[in-house]
Design a protein around this ligand. Structure first.
Ligand code: NAD
Ligand code: ZN
Length: 345
C-alpha cells in the first residue's frame, strides 16, 4: 500500500510502498483510510523539530486525523463490522490505569498516540483497537468527519464551562480556534471576541461567525475587550494560540471570577504567566488535554449529523495524497485552515 513515511531522521516525508498492516490482537480493526487531515503535530514531525527528534522512532507512517471504512475485524470486536464508516480517537488508552478506570481515559497514564508512538493514518490502511473507533452516521460529509479529532479539542475546551449568555474571548484563530467560534455559538455564547494576528485567519474567524475580531499586534486587546464589555471584561477565555502573550492578555481581559480554559501548548515550560493577576481576580483555570472519551465524540457527531456545525469554511484545501508535500508547505505558511489529503475513494 502507499504510505507517507518518515523514513529516517531529518526534515520531510516520502511516499513509499509498504506492507498492508494486519490484525494482530483480537480487538483490532483494519480500516481503509478515506480522507486524512494534517495537524500541527504532523507539521512538527515534518519539520523534525526538537520534540520530534526525541519522540519519533523511524521508520514510521505519519498522521492521526482521519475518516475510514472498516474492512476487517478481529474475533473479539463486537460493535463494528466491515462497511462501517468510522473516525478515531488518536489517544489510545490502556484501559486499566486509575484514570481509565475512573472515566478519565483521555488522560490515561499509558497513552499511546497514533502517528506518534505507532504507525499512523497517512496510508491506505491502518489497524487500531476497537476502543478508539467512533462509528459515524454516513450522512456526515467525509471532509468534516476527517477533522472530528481537532473539532473534539474545540468542543472539549468550549464545553468545559457553561457559555450560555456569556462573552467569550478566543485567543488564536488557528483551525481549532475557528472551530471553537462555531462551537461557542452553538453552546449559547452571547458575544464572541477573537484575537488573532494573521489576516487570513482573522477572515476565517469572521466567516465562522465571530462578533468582533481584534489583531493583538495592532490594537490593545485588553482595552478593546473592556470597551466591548462596559469595562467589565470577558466571562470566559478560550486560549487556543499557545502564545504566552495571548494567555496573559486573556487573563487581564477577563472579568473577576471569570473562567480561563486553556488548550494551547506553549513553546517553553515553565510558561511566563501573570499568576498573581489570576489569583487576585479569582480566575478559575481549566486545563484541557485531548477529547473526552467519548462524550466529546458524541457531541461532535450529533452536531455534525444535525448540521448545527458547518466546517466548510475551515477546510480550505483538499489534495490528493501524492501532493502531501504541497499540503505541508501550505500548512507551514499558516495561510490555511484544515488541509485534507484524499487517500482512497
Ligand atoms: P495553530 O498554531 O494553527 O493556531 C494558533 C493560532 O494562534 C495561529 O493562527 C496564530 O496566528 C495565533 N496566534 C499567535 N500568537 C497569537 C497572539 N499573541 N494572540 C492571538 N493569537 C495568536 O494551532 P491549532 O492547531 O489551531 O491549535 C491551537 C493550540 O492548541 C496550539 O497551541 C496547539 O498546540 C494546541 N493543541 C492542544 C491540544 C491539547 O490536547 N491540549 C490538542 C491540539 C492542539
Ligand atoms: Zn490508562
Amino acid at each position: 500500500m502507499k504510505a507517507i513515511v518518515k523514513k529516517e531522521p531529518g526534515k520531510g516525508f516520502s511516499l513509499e510502498e509498504v506492507e498492508i498492516p494486519e490484525i494482530k490482537e483480537p480487538n483490532d480493526v483494519k480500516v481503509k483510510v478515506l480522507n486524512a487531515s494534517i495537524c500541527g503535530t504532523d507539521l512538527h514531525i515534518w519539520k523534525w523539530d526538537e520534540w520530534s527528534q526525541q519522540r519519533i522512532k523511524t521508520p514510521q507512517i505519519d498522521g492521526h486525523e482521519f475518516v475510514g471504512e472498516v474492512v476487517e475485524v478481529g474475533p473479539m470486536v463486537k460493535g463494528l463490522k466491515p462497511g462501517d464508516i468510522v473516525a478515531a480517537e488518536t489517544h489510545i488508552p490502556c484501559g486499566v490505569c486509575k484514570q481509565c478506570k475512573t472515566g478519565k481515559m483521555h488522560i490515561c497514564k499509558n497513552m499511546q498516540i497514533l502517528g506518534v508512538d505507532r504507525d499512523g493514518v497517512f496510508a491506505e490502511y491502518v489497524v487500531v483497537p476497537e476502543i478508539v473507533l467512533w462509528k459515524l452516521d454516513p450522512s456526515i460529509p467525509r471532509e468534516f468527519a476527517s477533522v472530528m479529532e481537532p473539532l473534539g479539542n474545540a468542543i472539549h475546551t468550549a464545553t468545559a464551562v457553561d457559555l450560555r449568555g456569556k462573552t467569550v474571548l478566543i485567543t488564536g484563530a488557528g483551525p481549532i480556534g475557528v472551530m471553537a467560534v462555531q462551537v461557542a455559538k452553538v453552546s449559547g455564547a452571547a458575544t464572541i471576541i477573537v484575537s488573532e494576528p494573521s489576516e487570513y485567519r482573522m477572515n476565517m474567524a469572521k466567516e465562522m461567525g465571530a462578533d468582533y475580531i481584534i489583531n493583538p499586534l495592532e490594537e490593545n486587546l485588553v482595552e478593546e475587550v473592556m470597551k466591548l464589555t462596559n469595562d467589565d471584561g470577558a466571562d470566559v477565555l478560550l486560549e487556543m494560540s499557545g502564545n504566552p502573550n495571548a494567555l496573559n492578555q486573556g487573563i487581564n481581559a477577563l472579568t473577576n471570577g471569570g473562567d480561563a480554559v486553556i488548550l494551547g501548548v506553549f513553546p517553553t515550560n515553565p510558561v511566563p504567566f501573570e499568576m498573581n493577576t489570576a489569583v487576585f481576580k479569582g480566575i478559575n483555570i481549566h486545563c484541557i488535554t485531548g477529547r473526552k472519551m467519548f462524550e466529546t465524540w458524541q457531541i461532535a457527531s450529533e452536531w455534525l449529523r444535525t448540521k448545527k456545525l458547518d466546517l466548510s469554511k475551515v477546510i480550505t484545501h483538499v489534495l490528493p495524497m501524492e501532493e502531501f508535500e504541497k499540503g505541508f508547505e501550505i500548512m507551514n505558511s499558516k495561510k490555511s485552515g484544515k488541509i485534507i489529503l484524499k487517500i482512497s475513494e
